[in-house]
Design a protein around this ligand. Structure first.
Ligand code: NAG
Ligand code: NAG
Length: 397
């Protein structure tokens, strides 16, 4: 009796969920129905545009579906300004590939753009920027296009990117610019260590951005943040090869928005040029960096595991050579372990005119060839038990 009653409940429960899931099934716009060909040859831009327009014309949650296969796309502009739908999921089981000729997208800033969109989710998929020929062109010293960022979200809100793979972008892989509330998770990014300007995820003028459970191996910063960025969480990200997780470059212009409330937690750096870095140009600016937490990080053979560089001067050429006006305060480095590839594990080179304040180092243990790595600093003060005093480290040579 009890058993059959239980069985009855199970059946009822099952039917309940079954019908609920049928009712909840979103209308699906399959790009193949709009003329896309997954043959790796045909230009599919028109089909993707039409599927986007159809999803945007409805107001209930919709899915744009991209089945397996390779789709060639030139520049794509997913315009959200007239979109009625604030719940579009682009589910990608295939690969979106840039055209073979890098010139087709190489002179535009971005390859695939979502602008003024709300509630867009990208689920799965691979983006292939086919950057190698453009990098070779740049390497040869010839006149080449600047290159396009593979995926850009501009002035958009409530964004989710989950399970996306991006490889061999011409320039940056992913940009989040002017956005609020963006969740990036399970992202895989790869490009060769020598590929120029292939930043993994770049966050600009945005707030409420998280990057979690992701892996970035590339030729420039794994994650970078530029002025006007706040409330960022980077957690559980593996970086390497690459140039580390960076705030900056900041302070190129006089009037600049600051960067605040950034947490980088439980990340691993392997063979990277930097671990966690803050970089500013040495010239006047009213920009600032405030409230940054670096916590539970592992460094393996990293050249500059912890670095603040307020005399940023890439390639030592044509730099302003003044004093940075960017005020850095409230930076905590906690529980950071591993190995430095150079003698200097901690390098805090702060501004003469705006010294770094509120720097806390706690449980930072970095080795270089089995010896404790050095800490070097300039114009930095720390808080220890409420007492402010100069950081105990070697003067800069
Ligand atoms: C700081 O950013 C986190 C996201 O990492 C957010 O949850 C928190 O509310 C922010 N704090 C403030 C004071 O805005
Ligand atoms: C930077 O400026 C200082 C003082 O103005 C000067 O002595 C130094 O040579 C300059 N360095 C470079 C690399 O221009």
């Amino acid at each position: 009796m009890a058993v059959s009653r239980m069985f009855q409940i199970l059946i009822v429960t099952f039917l309940h969920y079954f019908s609920a899931s049928v009712q909840a099934a979103n209308p699906t716009y399959n790009v193949l129905s709009y003329g896309a060909k997954a043959d790796g040859k045909s230009d599919c831009a028109k089909a993707f545009e039409s599927a986007w327009a159809a999803a945007c014309a409805t107001s209930s949650p919709a899915t744009i579906y991209v089945p397996r296969g390779t789709y060639i796309l030139g520049n794509m502009f997913f315009d959200g300004s007239d979109c009625k739908n604030d719940a579009i999921t682009m589910q990608i089981d295939g690969t979106l590939s840039a055209p073979f000729d890098y010139n087709v997208i190489g002179n535009s800033n971005h390859w695939l753009v979502f602008e003024r969109a709300t509630g867009v989710s990208i689920l799965g998929g691979t983006l292939d920027g086919l950057g190698a020929n453009l990098w070779a062109c740049k390497d040869s010293g010839k006149d080449c296009p600047e290159g396009a960022t593979s995926l850009a979200f501009l002035k958009s809100n409530k964004i989710s990117i989950n399970g996306l793979t991006s490889k061999n972008s011409q320039k940056f892989h992913i940009i989040i610019d002017g956005c609020h509330d963006a969740k990036l998770q399970n992202i895989k990014i790869s490009a060769p260590e020598e590929s120029p300007n292939t930043d993994g995820i770049h966050i600009a003028r945005s707030s409420g951005v998280s990057v979690t459970n992701s892996r970035v191996a590339t030729g420039d910063d794994c994650v970078s943040m530029s002025p006007g960025t706040s409330n960022v969480l980077v957690q559980n990200v593996a970086c390497g090869p690459g140039h580390g997780i960076s705030i900056g470059s900041l302070g190129w212009v006089l009037d600049e928005a600051g960067v605040e409330n950034v947490t980088v937690k439980s990340c691993a750096f392997s063979g990277t040029q930097n671990g966690v870095r803050i970089k500013t140009w040495a010239r006047p600016s009213n920009g600032f960096v405030n409230n940054v937490r670096y916590e539970d990080l592992t460094m393996v053979n990293v050249k500059n595991p912890i670095i603040i560089d307020q005399n940023y001067c890439p390639n030592d050429g044509n730099c302003p050579n003044q004093s940075s006006g960017v005020k850095i305060s409230g930076v905590t480095y906690k529980n950071i372990h591993g190995t430095s590839a150079t003698e200097v594990g901690v390098d805090l080179e702060c501004s003469k005119t705006e010294p770094c304040t509120g720097i806390t180092l706690e449980g930072v243990v970095l080795k270089h060839e089995n010896e404790e790595a050095n800490a070097v600093c300039e114009n930095a003060v720390q808080n220890v038990d409420g007492v402010v005093k100069p950081l105990t480290c070697l003067p800069k040579k």
